[in-house]
Design a protein around this ligand. Structure first.
Ligand code: CAA
Length: 381
C-alpha cells in the first residue's frame, strides 16, 4: 500500500468505527439506509474518487478506490456497494457520455449528493443479459425527439434512492446489437419503483424493481449511438466486478479478524481454542485465501489503471474474492460456534452479506464463462 492508500485506509477506518459500526446491527435489523452517511462519505471525497477533477472527482486510481471500498466493507457491505455501483454509473457516463451529459450528471454523483443505479437485469434476463425485453421506441415527443421506455428492471441496487439510472433498453432487433443505453433521472414521468425486496443480506442497501411505463426520455439522454448499450453495460461491469472484489476482500478480512480474536480468547478444555490444530489450519487457510484474493483484485485494478482492459482478470478477481468471502465468513461463524450464529457478533451478518456477492454483477458461473471464453480466444489466435 502506498502513502495515499494508507492515509485513505486510516481515515476510513476511523470514520467507519465512529459513524457506521455502532449502528450496523440496528440498521441491518430495520433495513435502514442513512443518506446522511452516504452524503458525508461524499463530502469526504469517497464517492467520486477516480473521476476527473473537472467533474468533481479526485483523480485517484482504481487501486485507491478498491482500498477505500475494502475498508468501508469491513463495517458495512451495504454502504460500500452503494458507492461501488454509483462509481460504475459515473465511470460509464465519463467513458461513454458526451460533454453535455458529463457536465449535467457527474458533479452531483461525484460529490455524493446523489446516487447512481445500473438497470440491466429483468425477471426474464439475468445471466442472459442480451435477451432483455424493456423497449425504447423512438418518437417525436412534445419537447423534441426522444424515446419512450416500457418495461421492468429487477434487483436494482439503490432503486428508489438513486437519482441517476443507466437503463439498458431495446431499440432494435433481438440480441446484444439491439440494446441501447439511456440516462434516466428520478422524477421523470412514467418512471416508478416496485416494492423493496426482502433479502437475506445487504439489508441496509435497498433493492427495488424499476418500472417504465410510457416513460419519455429525450434523445440527449442516449449514451453513444443506438445499439451500443450492451457493450457499454459489459464494459461497466468489467470495472464493477473489480470493485465488488475489493468489497468481498474487506468482508473476508473482517471475518478473519473476528474469528482469530475469538479463537485466541475462547477457552475450552483449559486452553484457547486457537491452540487446537484443527482451528489453526482453518484460520491459516482463511488468511491465505483472503491474501490471494486481495492480490488478484489489486492486480486487476492495477491493469485497469494502466490502460489494460482485461475482462478475464476482472472476472477472476470477482470469482475468487467472492467465493473466498463466502468461505471465510462461513468458517468464521463455525469458529465462533453458537454465538457466531447470533447477532451478538457480526459474523452471521457477514455470512449473509457474502452470499449475494457470488450472484451480483454476473454470477460466479458467468465469471467462469467469461474466463473460459477468453482462454479459448487466446488459444485460437
Ligand atoms: N466489453 C466490451 N464489449 C463486450 C464485452 C466487454 N466486456 N463483453 C462482450 N462484449 C461484446 C462482444 O464483443 C460482442 O460484440 P460483437 O457482437 O460485436 O462481437 C457483444 O458484446 C456480445 O457479446 P457476447 O456474444 O459475448 O454476449 P452473450 O450474450 O454471449 O453474453 C455474457 C455474454 C458474458 C454471458 C453476458 O451476458 C454477461 O455478462 N451476463 C451477466 C450479466 C450481469 O453481469 N448482470 C449483472 C447485473 S448488474 C448488477 O448486478 C449490479 C447491481 O446492481 C449490484
Amino acid at each position: 500500500m502506498n502513502e495515499i492508500q494508507t492515509e485513505l485506509k486510516n481515515q476510513l477506518e476511523k470514520y467507519r468505527l465512529q459513524k457506521i459500526e455502532p449502528f450496523m446491527e440496528e440498521d441491518d435489523h430495520n433495513e435502514n439506509f442513512r443518506m446522511d452517511i452516504f452524503r458525508e462519505l461524499g463530502s469526504l471525497g469517497f464517492c467520486g474518487m477516480t473521476l476527473p477533477a473537472q467533474y468533481g472527482g479526485s483523480e485517484l486510481s482504481y487501486q485507491d478506490l478498491c482500498v477505500a471500498l475494502n475498508e468501508i466493507a469491513k463495517s458495512s457491505v451495504s454502504y460500500s456497494v452503494t458507492i461501488s455501483v454509483s462509481a460504475m454509473v459515473q465511470n460509464i457516463i465519463n467513458e461513454f457520455g458526451n460533454e453535455e451529459q458529463k457536465q449535467k450528471y457527474l458533479p452531483e454523483l461525484t460529490s455524493g449528493q446523489e446516487i447512481g443505479a445500473f438497470c440491466l437485469s429483468e425477471s426474464g434476463s439475468g445471466s442472459d443479459a442480451a435477451s432483455l425485453k424493456t423497449t425504447a421506441k423512438k418518437v417525436d415527443g412534445p419537447t423534441g425527439p426522444g424515446y419512450v421506455l416500457n418495461g421492468a428492471k429487477m434487483w436494482i441496487t439503490s432503486g428508489g434512492i438513486a437519482k441517476t439510472y443507466i437503463v439498458m433498453a431495446r431499440t432494435g432487433a433481438e440480441g446484444s446489437k439491439g440494446v441501447s443505453a439511456f440516462i434516466v433521472e428520478d422524477g421523470t414521468e412514467g418512471l416508478s419503483f416496485g416494492k423493496k425486496e426482502k433479502k437475506m443480506g445487504w439489508k441496509v442497501s435497498p433493492t427495488r424493481e424499476v418500472l417504465f411505463q410510457n416513460c419519455f426520455v429525450p434523445e440527449a439522454n442516449l449514451l453513444q449511438s443506438e445499439g451500443d448499450g450492451f457493450k457499454i453495460a459489459m464494459a461497466g461491469l468489467d470495472r464493477g466486478r473489480i470493485t465488488i472484489g475489493s468489497i468481498a476482500c474487506g468482508l473476508a478480512e473482517r471475518a478473519l479478524d473476528e474469528a482469530t480474536k475469538y479463537a485466541l480468547d475462547r477457552q475450552q478444555f483449559k486452553q484457547p481454542i486457537f491452540d487446537f490444530q484443527g482451528l489453526q489450519f482453518m484460520l491459516a487457510d482463511m488468511a491465505t485465501e483472503t491474501e490471494a484474493s486481495k492480490l488478484l483484485v489489486d492486480r486487476a485494478a492495477y491493469l485497469y489503471d494502466n490502460g489494460v482492459s482485461d475482462q478475464k482478470l476482472a472476472s477472476m478477481a470477482k470469482l475468487k474474492s467472492t467465493d473466498t468471502a463466502m468461505k471465510v465468513t462461513t468458517d468464521a461463524v463455525q469458529i465462533l460456534g453458537g454465538v457466531g450464529y447470533t447477532s451478538e457478533y457480526p459474523v452471521e451478518r457477514m455470512m449473509r452479506d457474502a452470499k449475494v456477492l457470488q450472484i451480483v454483477e454476473g454470477t460466479n458461473q458467468i465469471q467462469r464463462v467469461v474466463i473460459a471464453r477468453s482462454l479459448k480466444k487466446a488459444y485460437q489466435k
